[in-house]
Design a binder for this molecule. Structure first.
Ligand SMILES: *[C@@H]1O[C@H](CO)[C@@H](O)[C@H](O)[C@H]1NC(C)=O
Length: 226
């Protein structure tokens, strides 16, 4: 009887798994300042480097790529053009975590959260994200991550249009390590920190999966005098 019950549960979970994956999994920025152990051997796995800076209120100590199952989840799908640029934990087609700007911004970092990214102009920042099944051969090679980087300090813009105006660079979404589990392949890309005065600036990671289907993560970047 016990055996039968567990078999039933197993079959039910298998059915659910088949039903919800792989197309249903969505990504987020897992690390904002990824540093390679060996700059000549760029990789995104746990043995290839470490994370020095995170998105807002990013919970530490979680298994890589697991935060879509967290409650609240880390992936935020914007709901139309008027959607908040950064998840507020209330709005969204997929409601995400609270990634609104803290006051002061430092309050969203440290303790149970990851550290804020500290960098300077012309430094290289490397960002990491989990593939969430979308780096396989049957996915478009044109999938991109866009980086928007505020021009000035201060509160977040209210609209995505304002954030989009600060577009800095895009990077191929499918730049991922090889791996057996398509959901958990680590991916990433690097860019140069743009010219800004010392201060704390909004960085938005933004990924379009299908036309008009956008996911975002938000982080504060502290730029120091170089
Ligand atoms: C950054 O790099 C540009 C171009 O290489 C250079 O003109 C500029 O002076 C650099 N800025 C800083 C703060 O290092």
């Amino acid at each position: 009887m016990l055996f039968k019950t567990s078999t039933c549960i197993l079959l039910a979970s298998l059915a659910l798994f088949t039903y919800t994956s792989p197309a249903d999994a969505h990504s987020w920025a897992d690390c904002i300042d990824w540093v390679f152990n060996d700059p000549d051997k760029q990789g995104w796995g746990k043995d290839d480097g470490k994370c020095l800076g995170y998105a807002r209120r990013y919970p530490l100590g979680q298994e890589f790529g697991s935060l879509d199952d967290a409650n609240p989840g880390r992936h935020y799908q914007q709901d139309g053009d008027d959607a908040p640029p950064c998840s507020d934990g209330k709005h969204g087609k997929d409601v995400g975590s609270d990634e609104t700007r803290a006051d002061p911004p430092e309050k969203a970092y440290g303790g149970k959260y990851g550290a804020m990214t500290v960098t300077s102009v012309n430094d290289t920042l490397c960002i990491r994200w989990p593939a969430k099944n979308h780096a396989e051969d049957n996915e478009k090679n044109s999938l991109k991550v866009l980086i928007n980087f505020a021009n000035k300090e201060g509160r977040d813009p209210k609209t995505q249009a304002e954030v989009t105006e600060t577009f800095l660079v895009d990077m191929p979404y499918k730049n991922c390590d090889k791996g057996k589990v398509p959901d958990r392949r680590p991916c990433g890309g690097c860019f140069k920190v743009p010219p800004r005065g010392p201060g704390i600036y909004l960085l938005q990671w933004r990924w379009m999966l299908n036309k008009g289907e956008w996911y975002t993560s938000c982080a504060d970047i502290k730029i120091e005098e170089s």
